[in-house]
Design a protein around this ligand. Structure first.
Ligand SMILES: [Zn+2]
Length: 97
């Protein structure tokens, strides 16, 4: 006669194996789906970067508002108007450039 402890052990072991099998299958499906999705997303990004007309648009004209980019007196780097310090050497951009 098999005692209750052994039955419990076998039953829980079988349940554990079933759960592991189902869980592994679900995890595998999730993993495959995620990989497929990331691959599609990568292709989508490539399409967006090559086909979106926004990326072919010219940058806005810096002189459109009447101000000019100022050249740094220390390193000669060109800085957009409105900045007080050079973006290259962080030196002060005088009022005359
Ligand atoms: Zn500078």
């Amino acid at each position: 006669m098999v005692d209750a402890g052994t039955v419990y052990l076998v039953a829980s072991g079988a349940l554990l194996l079933v759960a592991l099998g189902v869980g592994a299958r679900v995890l595998l499906a999730i993993f495959r789906e995620g990989r497929e999705r990331s691959r599609k997303r990568r292709e989508g990004e490539i399409d967006r970067f090559t086909e979106d007309p926004v990326y072919d648009r010219d940058p806005p004209d810096p002189d459109a508002d009447g101000s000019r980019p100022s050249t740094c007196p220390h390193c000669g780097a060109e800085n957009a108007s409105g900045f007080t310090f050079c973006r290259e050497c962080a030196g002060p951009l005088g009022p005359n450039g």
